[in-house]
Design a protein around this ligand. Structure first.
Ligand SMILES: [Zn+2]
Length: 324
């Protein structure tokens, strides 16, 4: 892990796709008493939109101990925990379609009443604006050609638009509430199916020759009626039939993390159920906007959509028990 200071970052500006500028601001009265100022670092160094990131604060100093930590990044609260070596760590996320910059800001309350504020700014100077769908027609690299019913691409129906927006808001609210749920898992996240991945997060897609959207989840192969498993322990927060996603199940895992399972033929859980890691929660189907039966698996940190693959890679200190 590397920590970048503002002075160093000035020399590297423009050389990196995303820059980290850590600039600790310490109350003037504290400067003489603290031999070192706290530092905030973000991993990975150049996270792309939809990435889950690890924030680390070190150099907390001795004597005037930290009694509380509050912070936020991209509008989401950060949940710091102590880790060996006298450091603090939390998860954060980079918004999909990020442009300009993402700021993390953390306040450390000391026993004496003093407050240290540390910031990290991730810059995205070279992010191109998203191309209009019409211009991108037929030119999207590696885009997948799919053919679906025209009612899904000709979105002139304002009632359908309103329905989709309402359903998006329901999903955002599940993520928002997950920030207030305590962490409900201790073991690593699992794949929700053992089958082959047919589409990864972020790959461009064509619907009827038109670039519709980035793919904001992972697709797993499956036939109608095959089982879908909970990626980790949590509480079922939403079971519904959505216009685009079909029959959905959303699981709140706590600490801001949510996983969702789309296009089910049949959900097998109800809102409020506590589900265990690896428990069957529903069956593969082809409900909603699909070309055939499969599982679309998505994830959120708070209201922000993230790549579910980042959950599978989560390690210590967020996962506190060994692999079983
Ligand atoms: Zn999908």
């Amino acid at each position: 892990m590397r920590f970048l200071h503002a002075r160093l970052a000035r020399h590297t500006l423009g050389a990196l796709g995303a820059l980290i500028v850590a600039s600790p601001h310490v109350a003037r009265a504290q400067l003489r008493q603290l031999p070192q100022q706290p530092r905030l670092a973000v991993e990975p160094r150049q996270p792309s939109g939809g990435s889950l990131v690890r924030l680390t604060i070190d150099r907390l100093g001795r004597g005037d101990s930290v009694v509380s930590v509050t912070g936020q990044m991209a509008g989401e609260p950060l949940h710091f925990r102590g880790v060996p070596g006298g450091r603090l760590q939390a998860l954060g996320a980079i918004p999909v379609g990020v442009s300009d910059s993402v700021v993390a800001r953390v306040e450390l309350q000391r026993q004496s009443g003093a407050v240290d504020t540390v910031r990290a700014v991730l810059r995205y100077p070279h992010q191109p604006p998203p191309a209009p769908a019409a211009k991108a027609r037929g030119r999207a690299k590696n885009a997948r050609r799919l053919s679906v019913d025209k009612r899904f691409t000709q979105r002139t129906d304002s009632a359908a638009d309103a329905r989709v927006e309402h359903e998006n808001e329901l999903a955002r609210q599940v993520g928002h509430r997950a920030q207030d749920t305590p962490q409900l898992w201790t073991l690593p996240f699992l794949r929700p199916r053992a089958s082959r991945v047919t589409s990864r997060f972020g790959s461009g897609r064509l619907f009827n020759g038109r670039v519709s959207s980035n793919h904001l989840g992972i697709d797993y192969r499956g036939a109608v009626g095959e089982p879908i498993y909970a990626a980790n322990r949590g509480v079922v927060a939403l079971v519904a039939e959505f216009f685009l996603a079909g029959n959905v199940v959303y699981i709140d895992h706590g600490d801001g993390l949510v996983t969702a399972y789309f296009h089910m033929s049949r959900p097998e859980v109800a809102v409020g159920d506590t589900v265990e890691r690896g428990q069957e929660i529903g069956l593969v189907g082809s409900t909603g906007r699909v070309t055939g039966p499969h599982l679309h698996w998505s994830a959120r940190f708070g209201a922000l959509t993230i790549d579910p693959a980042d959950l599978l890679a989560l390690g210590s200190p967020f996962v506190t028990a060994g692999v079983h």
